[in-house]
Write a protein that binds this ligand. Structure first.
Ligand code: PNS
Length: 163
């Protein structure tokens, strides 16, 4: 049986931290589906389609991304997991402060769909402080984004924030 894992997130935008977690997940599962959560109640900088496209561009030519697919969903994550026959959710935990929220979310998802498990992965220590919201803050003030996000993402972010 092929083991499919779902790596959900807002990815607004994808960062080096996300890519690090994703690469780790590809070593553990047959297929990893990165899924962009589109929540119209949240004010995202990028649309769902734009976030999917940026992720795909970041994965282009990467040998380790052979077993990665990218899609988007709206609604409950566990419903999407069932639809794509994924029985594992991947979440990155950067520090202890992430854990409380992640643990509550994992338990909620488990109550909704007991057959779906959440696996927590730690990024490389270099990425433990990177978050999409801090990246947007740095971009807003025209700071150097090169150690936080791939060049393509930095360009898209600056274009978006200056438009
Ligand atoms: O990157 P994020 O914003 O931390 O990702 C959070 C996300 C999108 C995974 C989470 O908010 C989510 O799963 N949203 C979909 C709605 C849902 O299923 N909520 C119940 C889980 S508590």
């Amino acid at each position: 049986m092929k083991h499919i894992a779902l790596y959900p997130g807002s990815f607004d935008p994808i960062t080096f931290g996300h890519l690090d977690i994703l690469e780790r997940a590809t070593n553990l599962f047959d297929k990893v589906l990165v899924t962009v959560a589109v929540n119209h109640r949240k004010n995202a900088v990028f649309s769902g389609d734009e976030r999917v496209e940026l992720i795909k561009e970041c994965l282009k030519g990467k040998e380790w991304a052979r077993n990665v697919e990218v899609d988007q969903f709206t609604g409950l994550l566990v419903n999407h997991a069932k639809k794509v026959k994924a029985n594992t959710l991947i979440r990155g935990v950067r520090q202890i402060s992430d854990f409380e929220y992640e643990f509550r979310m994992a338990l909620t998802n488990k109550r909704l769909a007991p057959e779906v498990d959440t696996v927590f992965l730690m990024p490389d220590e270099h990425f433990t402080f990177i978050s999409a919201s801090l990246v947007k803050e740095v971009a807003h003030w025209n700071g150097d984004l090169s150690s936080f996000v791939p060049e393509r993402v930095a360009k898209a972010l600056l274009e978006k924030l200056n438009s």
